[in-house]
Design a protein. Structure first.
Length: 378
């Protein structure tokens, strides 16, 4: 079977977890900064776009080269064979992201690559492709990172972190892909799970979807893949059927606690749209109070507490984290807990005061905000 080179884009800090997921889904995978590379047949395009939980977008790899100048980038883009991708009636757009210091902007890279695509098609294929920046038939992604340029065809359209199940939008919602990565890091396999700061229930919903093997295609109704020139309807149907057959409505014990009545109600709305209201419960109350934990026996905690940016001063958030760690340890002694916070120092100092060791921590980017994920035993 013919294989192709692919890469997925990933939030910085969870590349190893995404590579682990890719290995399960499509075979071997190699993590890089903000990306994971792999080689696989076309089937992988459907599997990843319909079932991967920790990644943003899947691209068909077109080129990966070192460069020194904008002229080199033009040369890399011009050498690609656009024959299987474009035609006289097919439009394209180039989107560029750039990391590092360069004497040119992302816009300039996109313009130069666009010109290279037009020149390559005109000179080698005998037609001039149309540019359509609004609704192109083909979206070419260019990632420039220091001295490396990476080109690919976007096969995903809108990022996979947009799951399509959120009806209630919590103002500090966690990115779904990070929630899925935290569940992987905590070793979630369907055991009794608690999120004591559940907000709009992103973590409980991701857990339930993982346990029930609900594919993303149940909720993402974007007909993006059929527009691709290398789309194969038979392969797509086979993958779709296999994924839908594997999904179950088995019961799991998943609980969220949320102090705000408004967010708790919002969470319940999201449970319904995410088709998990029969396996996730949301308790409205204060997770630092012992009563709310009385009938709860969690085997894993995964949570995203307030960062304190808006509601607390940094000093207050440190004291709050201390109260939280004491209360959760009291209620769930010895249980593994995965936390994410952008208030790293107050969290680490609070853990030290409460004498909860932190055997694993890592830096991640949550949206544009630097944050840290911690794994500890309560
Ligand atoms: C960062 S948000 C969680 C967002 C959530 N992960 C999501 O994706 O929607 C933290 C949440 O903790 C709630 N919260 C704050 N103090 C709490 C407490 N003592 N007990 C329970 N929930 C609390 C806040 O109301 C807020 O909704």
């Amino acid at each position: 079977m013919e294989t192709h080179d692919w890469f997925v884009t990933v939030a910085p800090g969870i590349e190893d977890l995404a590579a682990g997921e890719m290995e399960e889904l499509v075979g071997s995978a190699k993590a890089d900064v903000g990306k994971v590379f792999f080689r696989a047949p076309l089937e992988a395009m459907y599997v990843v776009n319909y079932a991967a939980r920790t990644v943003n977008r899947l691209h068909l790899l077109l080129a990966r080269e070192e460069f020194e100048s904008l002229g080199d980038i033009y040369g890399v883009a011009k050498d690609v064979d656009y024959g299987p991708l474009l035609g006289p009636d097919r439009s394209f757009a180039v989107r560029c992201k750039r990391i590092g210091e360069h004497p040119f902007t992302s816009m300039e890279v996109a313009r130069v690559v666009g010109q290279a695509v037009i020149d390559s098609c005109t000179e080698s294929l005998g037609f001039r492709p149309k540019v359509d920046l609004e609704e192109p038939d083909l979206e070419i992604t260019v990632l420039v990172r220091f001295g490396e340029v990476l080109m690919g065809v976007n096969t995903t359209g809108e990022s996979l972190h947009r799951r399509g199940y959120r009806a209630y939008h919590h103002p500090a919602a966690l990115k779904t892909t990070l929630a899925a990565a935290m569940l992987r890091l905590g070793g979630y396999r369907g055991q009794a799970l608690l999120d004591p700061f559940c907000g709009g229930a992103t973590i409980p919903i991701e857990a339930a979807h993982l346990a029930r093997r609900y594919p993303l295609l149940l909720f993402r109704k974007d007909p993006y893949l059929p527009k691709l020139p290398f789309h194969d309807p038979d392969t797509e149907r086979a993958v779709r059927e296999k994924l839908l057959e594997a999904a179950t409505r088995d019961p799991y014990e998943i609980t969220g606690i949320e102090i705000s009545p408004k967010h708790a109600e919002g969470a319940r709305i999201n449970l319904k749209t995410a088709l998990v209201e029969d396996t996730v419960r949301v308790l409205q109350g204060d997770c630092t109070r012992a009563e709310i934990h009385r009938d709860l026996s969690a085997e894993l905690l995964v949570t995203n507490p307030p960062y304190g940016m808006r509601s607390h001063s940094l000093k207050k958030i440190g004291a709050f984290y201390e109260t939280v760690l004491r209360a959760l340890r009291e209620a769930h002694h010895g249980v593994r807990a995965v936390f994410i916070t952008a208030s790293a120092k107050p969290f680490e100092e609070a853990a030290a005061r409460v004498e909860v060791p932190i055997p694993h921590s890592r830096r991640v980017m949550h949206g544009g905000l630097p944050a840290k994920i911690y794994v500890l035993e309560l």
